[in-house]
Design a protein around this ligand. Structure first.
Ligand code: EPU
Length: 432
């Protein structure tokens, strides 16, 4: 199992380029199931969740070409012959977002069999709202042996009001509604930029969607969708992670190829913390300093402060003067990174859904364990300011969603390397 070995203390300097958004690419790949024609997606990040989605689609009989580097991080997906509209437990258990195929499959094939995702490191994360929405669209649902089976000759438009805001739930039902008969109106939808990106793609495929990116989405169902080409938006969570890396190391970092408008909540918070940021075109420059102020954070749905950067912000809070309270409102168990930071010397107390971080505390060498994707990123950030060597175990989590993170960090001055197993430490050996 791979580990990161990080030696902190270097300010990050230079330019880092942001990849395409994993959480926009996953539903976009699922959307290809809605048509017989090829869908070409560009700016696909080279991360493990994309490879899992490739396998998922290929197992159903889709032809998926995936090329990186000179091929411009592009995938071409053709779902002309779908042999089995099924997502197996083997794949769903490694990536919950596999459930995104449920809506498109039942809409296009008339039936789908998708494993229920089961437990998750950050909270219960049921998919009851996806299922309830599909029922409203006229699907017959049967749940047994850990699978959801959905069937409908043709889905029909409906009024869907989400009891709770759900990102992939909105995406799943949005895709299903494109091929339903008649009009669907969805209320209390998620407003994340990834939803607007998916709607852009679907509209290019011939769908009739209005209002994506707002709480109310209207979809006029069509008979058929066709192939198209679409460029995935930049990854706002990767961008936020690098902005926080620049801030925590007191660096001067240009985070390029992102969309600063997607980062408002973070940039406002950093202003409160005393970190200077400036936006120009598709870049954010972050200039860190040694005098950070504590500032409270509450995670919310977009456009609020994202739960996906709560852990990384906590690393920064350990280096701010005073007490920061971080309230996690989206998931019930997303503080696993806090105890690992405590092992590095941080002063953090968990009180239910709140973490109270008292700073500024020096962080120093320890072996720590990554529990999920964003927790791994937060431990990397903490390690970048620690004294001595930090070893982060289970970095396979980070490979799910960050493209070449160690190479990108090394290029701007971090001392980070990946090892397959811990080797006996030699005197004077550094990391580079
Ligand atoms: N929820 C329900 N029932 C449902 C669906 C959701 O109760 O049917 C609850 C969840 O348990 C949670 C809340 O609603 O408490 C919000 O969950 P949501 O459905 O919005 O999360 P998701 O769609 O499963 C996506 C991202 C996550 C991100 C969340 C919140 C993708 C592939 N995943 O998950 O990303 O944290 O939205 O913004 O888009 C990550 O990238 O590290 C990651 C976890």
């Amino acid at each position: 199992m791979d580990k990161f070995v990080i030696r902190g203390g270097n300010p990050l300097l230079g330019t880092v380029r942001i990849s395409g958004a994993k959480n926009a690419a996953l539903p976009a790949m699922a959307a290809a199931l809605l048509t017989e024609e090829p869908v070409i997606l560009e700016n696909i990040p080279q991360v493990r969740d994309i490879e899992t989605t490739r396998k998922l689609l290929a197992a159903m009989g889709a032809e998926v070409e995936l090329g990186y580097g000179r091929a411009q991080h592009r995938t071409t997906i053709c779902c002309r012959n779908l042999a089995s509209p099924e997502a197996s437990y083997e794949l769903v258990k490694t990536m919950r977002a596999s459930t995104l195929v449920l809506g498109p499959l039942v809409a296009r094939c008339g039936n789908a069999r998708v494993s229920l995702p089961g437990g998750c490191a950050i909270g219960a994360r049921p998919i009851d709202l996806h299922i309830k929405g599909l029922e409203l669209l006229g699907a017959k649902i049967n749940q047994e042996h850990g699978y959801v089976e959905a069937s409908a000759e043709r889905l029909r438009g409906a009024e869907i009001v989400f009891d709770k805001i759900t990102v992939t739930g909105t995406e799943d039902l949005l895709m299903a509604a494109t091929l339903a008969e008649g009009e669907t109106v969805m209320q209390n939808c998620a407003r994340e930029p990834e939803i607007a990106d998916l709607a852009d793609l679907l509209n290019k495929m011939g769908a009739q969607i209005e209002g994506a990116g707002t709480a109310k989405i209207r979809v006029r169902g069509v008979e058929k969708l066709h192939g198209t080409k679409h460029r995935i938006i930049p990854d706002r969570i990767e961008a936020a992670t690098f902005i926080l890396a620049g801030a925590i190391t007191g660096g001067d970092l240009n985070v390029a190829g992102c969309d600063p408008q997607h980062l408002d909540a973070l940039l406002e918070k950093l202003h409160e913390v005393g970190v200077k940021t400036s936006c120009r075109g598709d870049s954010v420059r972050v200039e860190g300093n040694d005098n950070l102020n504590a500032a409270d954070v509450i995670t919310e749905e977009f456009p609020g402060f994202p739960t996906d950067i709560q852990a990384q912000y906590m690393a920064l809070a350990t280096q701010a003067e005073g007490t920061s309270t971080i309230t996690e409102n989206i998931f019930e168990n997303r503080f696993m990174h806090a105890l690992e930071m405590v092992r590095m010397g941080a002063n953090i107390k968990i009180e239910g859904s709140r973490a109270v971080v008292r700073g500024k505390t020096p962080l120093s060498s320890a072996a720590v364990l990554a529990s999920d994707l964003r927790a791994s990123a937060s431990l990397v950030l903490a390690a970048l300011v620690a004294d001595g060597e930090i070893i982060i175990d289970r970095v396979y989590h980070i490979d799910r969603g960050y493209e070449n993170i160690e190479e990108k960090l090394r290029a701007v001055g971090a001392q980070i390397r990946r090892i397959g197993e811990i080797l006996p430490k030699r005197r004077g050996s550094g990391v580079g």
